[in-house]
Design a protein around this ligand. Structure first.
Ligand code: G4P
Ligand code: MG
Length: 173
């Protein structure tokens, strides 16, 4: 099966449309929480439109001895999370909703700090059976694009960005 290839230009436009939809929804976030590393660049582009501070979190599926695990753990979290998040409106951002496990874990962990609300925005949602579930109480869930369950090559994954863009030009009518 063919991979999806997206250019920076396309990602930027997708984020712009997400920003428009977030605004139209009436959801007014106080801050973006970006899930690293894939969520960092989308979060930064979103900031261009929504002008929000960005907090970064990191989740891993390997233990301290580098062995793979089923359960996620935090490798980077929010400083003074209680004080930073309590009563605040969070916009959680990632690049792709794949298994949904990381997203579920992050939403639950953020909820434990009693924010006023949590909205979730991803560039791409893969239409597939999900291992994780969006917890009850998420105020808003938006995906920039609904896509099939295929691997996505993001521009930031490219070692040769010109070859990446050339492959996109070659694959489009
Ligand atoms: P989810 O809750 O957001 O669905 O995430 P999930 O745990 O299923 O994702 C595991 C990892 O796989 C994540 O990266 C995610 O970005 C990556 N991933 C899933 N599908 C794709 C894809 O089609 N293309 C690319 N490039 N990555 C994909 P991670 O290991 O947490 O870290 P990072 O790669 O974001 O740094
Ligand atoms: Mg990711």
């Amino acid at each position: 099966m063919e991979k999806y290839l997206f250019s920076y230009q396309e990602i930027h436009r997708t984020v712009e449309s997400l920003a428009t939809r977030i605004r139209a929804s009436g959801y007014r976030a106080d801050m973006i929480v970006a899930i690293g590393s894939g969520g960092f660049i989308p979060a930064r582009i979103l900031r261009t439109y929504l002008d929000l501070p960005i907090l970064a979190v990191g989740i891993a599926y390997y233990d301290r001895d580098n062995r793979p695990t089923d359960d996620p753990r935090k490798v980077q979290w929010i400083e003074e999370a209680e004080r930073t998040l309590k009563g605040r409106r969070i916009l959680l951002v990632d690049e792709v909703d794949d298994s949904r496990s990381t997203l579920e874990y992050c939403v639950r962990e953020l909820m434990s700090h009693e924010p006023a609300s949590i909205a979730v925005a991803v560039l791409h949602n893969k239409n597939k059976p999900k291992r994780g579930a969006m917890p009850e109480g998420v105020a808003l869930y938006l995906a920039g694009l609904e896509i099939e369950d295929r691997w996505v090559s993001y521009p930031w994954d490219a070692v040769d960005i010109d070859a990446h863009d050339a492959a996109i030009r070659g694959s489009r009518p």
